[in-house]
Write a protein of this length. Sequence first.
Length: 673
Amino acid sequence: MGAKKNMRARVAELRELIRLHDRKYYVDHLPEIADGEYDALMAELAGLEREHPELVTSDSPTRTVGGAPTEGFRTVEHAVPMLSLDNTYSPEELLAFDARVKKRLPDESVEYVVEPKLDGVSISLRYVNGRLDVAVTRGDGARGDDVTANVRTIKSVPLDLTGETAPATLEVRGEVFMSRSVFERLNRRRLKNEQAPFVNPRNAAAGSLKLRDPADVAKRHLRVFIYQVVGRVPPRVTTQSKAIKEMRTWGLPVIHNVTLASTIDDVVETCDEWDDRRRRLNYDIDGMVVKVNSLEQQERLGSTTKSPRWGIAFKFPAEVVRTVVRDIVVQVGRTGKLTPVAILEPVFVSGSTVSRATLHNSDEIERLDVRVGDTVEVEKGGEVIPKVVGVVKSTRTGSPQLFRMPGTCPMCGEPVARADGEVDTRCENESCPGRAMGRIEHFASRGAMDIQGLGTALVEQLVSEGLVADYGDLYGLTADDFAALPRMGERSAENLLAELEESKGRPLSRVLHGLGVRHVGATVAQVLAGTFAGMRELSAASEEELAAIDGIGPVIAASIRAFLGTSRNVEALRKLDDAGVNMRGEPGRRKTETALTGLTVVLTGSLARRTRDEAAAAIAEAGGRVSSSVSSKTDLVVAGKNPGSKHGKALELGVKVIDEAELERLLGTKERH
Ligand code: AMP
Ligand code: ZN
């Protein structure tokens, strides 16, 4: 009964999360999580719904396509719904797709086409009597926005179809996108005009397509590639590849680089080749789309309510690109840790421009032997911070200086220290402004108080303007304070104040996590909040009492006492209390229950944020068990980059596979308000 209730709650939570991220992606065009993370949420929801069909609703995100029509444009119903595509990330998953297709088409030979997956905005064009009648965005899949006036400004879109064979009435689908070169030029101009640059060409294309004035849209030089014809086609058009050729004779700008593949192995090889070839394109593709070539077979395979059974998207793994290190600077984190950061010649990686990458610590710099002026390889996967993975030594000219960690803190000028046997160099100055910024950012972060809108740039401003010195000061901020900040609109200020107000009610575990006590992460914070009636009781506990708590050892106990024994921390806590931040514990709750409690977990592939050992320790701390091989007893497989055979085994056995981002979520931010 209890488990059932939990599951119902989880299903509701997943739906809410997915809708939230749909909105950010499709409506705001400002995605917050990586595709892999989103897919993991969707996979978890689909899994739960499969096990419990009674919980399925017709409006569940598993049954619908994300997004909603935007206000201000006329809404148009799609005659045939515009579906989404299922995503895959590995050759094994492509094989599984092939197996599913063959199972529905026993004893038939199946040919595939592989097309680049353009990273733009999907569009449907309807021609009536050979004339462009209406252009509609995907919207929620059933209804989209009429953007005809804007699409008319795209040069390659014919207003009249040509060729004898063009059907009088026709609907085609494709992708509106922006070339990289146009994107770069647009962003340079925006920066010059002090406008915020677009994050990537897809967001730029999406934003441009929704401009009010078609004259402005024309200046954005959007492009379209058409990849699908909907409805009736001349009888000789029996395959997708023929359809593309045919559409070209009608004057439509069809997609380039379509490859025929007679086996799934050829498909895998083509996908693999394109992971490299795509770098030479002047536009972004984020994967390949694999489709059954025969239109008749496509029709028999059909679709689910969400996506066709005859096609699938293959998403590329994390991308590595080369660029030049312009400088190496040092950042100070909340614990005082000094992190060297490479300032890069901006480059395009995995859909966004990257201009900084972490170098972790001085040992890492030595290991890589990276120097200013070097050409380096930078990697970015999902939402992970970009990192330098190697130096291209052959391109080094002269003998650039080796980087040395400074002897003093770049933020406060106090001497820094590196303890014996530790890799990190630290600033020990408790009132270092660099540390204050880090602490505030941590306090506001998603896993802690989850104060949206309080990001790095704003925290930096608040601290350097002297408006706050610690997180304790956040709740004293007023609208007037914000008004004084450059680049802060009235609306954002209002939103932030509302966010701050709302955050006062977060559970004590989140407050404790946010304080930034060394060794007190989300899990320990939950143990503490589940043990004490409130902050006052916790503060009164001795080191021995703390160490006696299940899940808390002498090291953590000492760290907590040290934190509470420092007057500036006590002062910050008092400010939080005075501001009305929740200080009541939840001792009724079971102490160490986490999303991973009791689960057997297998790790495969490399993780970006933690070593295998660290990940295993964290899982164990959360009550899970890490095992080295996949069996039917495995509950969860965490697939990092380049996952090995364990991943295939998991798919074979139907064991749930999650990515690193999802693991982090389970470990850190399990509890959402
Ligand atoms: P997703 O939005 O990840 O579900 O992927 C489906 C979307 O991929 C479609 O709605 C199209 O906008 C886009 N797409 C890009 N290139 C292609 C292509 N060659 N074939 C089909 N869909 C494509
Ligand atoms: Zn300092």
